[in-house]
Design a protein around this ligand. Structure first.
Ligand SMILES: [Fe+2]
Ligand SMILES: [Fe+2]
Length: 179
């Protein structure tokens, strides 16, 4: 029994995840870091409009995305895979309105959900139960991320051109401190 374990062909440097899975996880790590960049850019845009509540909200959102990236980073290392830090695409720098920012946010989250689902599909196809299990946290997280972005987008749509209401909403979203 002992020999069976220790006489296996594994050696330091061998990975416990398949290359296909490793590549997908590295791409997702990059996507999460891109989201960090995107939301940080949105935070600075809101700051330039003196909408400090929205700016604060986006900064927390950015922090969350950085942490998502680190979850992938840690999981790849834990699986003895190789982390491949790719170039991070430059995000959009300016928007027409708060509404456009939250349309982009909601659409971005939907895109991320799709890409998480793609890796889940791949993990199932490759019978990688560990990765499948790891990804379940992200499946739940995306439900929350989409719902939160949509809720704020709907409120912004509801208030329309009412600047006073926008400042009240700014104060409301500015209370976020959960990241
Ligand atoms: Fe994320
Ligand atoms: Fe997200």
């Amino acid at each position: 029994m002992r020999n069976k374990v220790y006489n296996s062909n594994t050696k330091p440097g061998d990975t416990m995840i398949k290359e296909k899975i490793q590549n997908a996880l590295n791409l997702q790590l990059n996507q999460e870091l891109y989201a960090f960049y995107l939301y940080l850019s949105m935070s600075s845009y809101f700051d330039s409009l003196n909408l400090s509540g929205f700016s604060n909200w986006m900064r927390f959102q950015a922090e969350e995305e950085k942490n998502h990236g680190l979850k992938f980073y840690d999981y790849i290392l834990q699986s003895r895979g190789k982390v491949d830090l790719k170039q991070i695409e430059a995000p959009k720098k300016t928007w027409k309105s708060a509404r456009e920012v939250f349309e982009d946010t909601y659409n971005h989250e939907k895109k991320v959900t799709e890409s998480i689902y793609d890796i889940v599909d791949l993990a199932i196809a490759e019978r990688d139960h560990a990765t499948h299990n790891f990804l379940q946290w992200f499946v739940s997280e995306q439900v929350e991320e989409e719902a939160t972005a949509l809720k704020i987008l709907e409120k912004i749509k509801f208030i329309g051109d009412n600047q006073g209401a926008l400042f009240i909403l700014d104060r409301e979203v500015g209370t976020r401190s959960n990241a």
